[in-house]
Design a protein around this ligand. Sequence first.
Ligand code: G3I
Length: 354
Amino acid sequence: MKFTALNRISSFVLLACTLTLVLSCKRPVDEIEVLSETPLREAYAPFFKIGAAFAVGEYGTDFRTKYASDILNEYNSITPENCMKPDQIQGVKGQFRWTYADRIVNWAKANGKVVRGHTLVWHSQSPSWMTEGGEAAARANMKTHIETILARYDETEIYAWDVLNEAISDDASGSHRTSSPWYIAYGDSSYVRDAFSFARQANPNLQLFYNDYNVATSLTKRNAIKAMIEEHNLVEDNLIDGIGFQAHWGITYPSPSEIAETIDLFADMGLKIHITELDITCNASERDLLEARYDEIFAVFREKADKIDSVTFWGIADDYTWLDNFKGFKNYPFLIDTKHERKQAYYTVRDAAL
Ligand code: G3I
């Protein structure tokens, strides 16, 4: 018995010495206290908004109950992950489901967050009736959809919208997504201009964005997006305000220079930049590489902060990410881990802004 007690005492002394040593290597206590209370949104306030994709019950996931308030308080911008998509908000013609969209808007108001609307016109998650019956019917359906939603939420409730999502093809052609039901219904890409015109007419006080993926990773795609904007005179006719880079990136792609060049390309067109769906595909063996990757990405974002208004993560913590299904393996894409603990990558990104 005596021997075991001695063991316990010696291990306690060893632990105490270790802890003292470790803490002595960290910042002084008062700085730790200050830093530990500084959320990302506060650290990045001089640079840009920090957001996350939220779900409030559609598909059964509710971030308001899934994460503690201090985690949700890291952000000052919210994008609804699914509840404002065409099939969620008007799945049946004339039947608008406001439940979840109202929840996001009301929660944001009550918690001092802004909302990015996502998304008004998309080839995916859109009910087939919207684009049936020929061009005139499709145009009328798009106009009614956009006008009804923008009549319900004004610019103080949803300040910016992904008006059009993913209208450019993924292939090497750099052409329009001709497989889009909107392209097929119209017979050409003129639905692109309609989407922005209807939104601008419905509320000229909104910020209107075109949103897409692989914008920074594909020269062909970003040149095709530029060409589409020019083809439909969206900038000249003041129909668009910015570009959303979804930013579903990897540990090694795109490079910091590709990110910087892409930001400059669209900023030089007079467009605002929103990083709209940031996550880093990262499997279990790559987890140690995530901190350096986020460090280099946010160094570019801070350098280009005069052109970037908002950076939104497409999720909050590693326990919930679309990447797991999409990639077919567990991903660890965020600054917060599966147990809702802040990773070292979180502190590296946050402290670099202080
Ligand atoms: O959770 C339900 C499950 O209970 C139900 O049995 C099942 C039946 O289909 O649906 C499940 O919901 C799924 C939902 O994700 C939550 O996991 C939906 O099927 C699935 O369609 C939905 O996928 C969404 C995806 O868009 C659809 O394209 C993802 O949540 C969402 O993160 C993802 O987001 C898109 C952006 O809107 C646009 N950019 C790309 C990004 C990733 O695809």
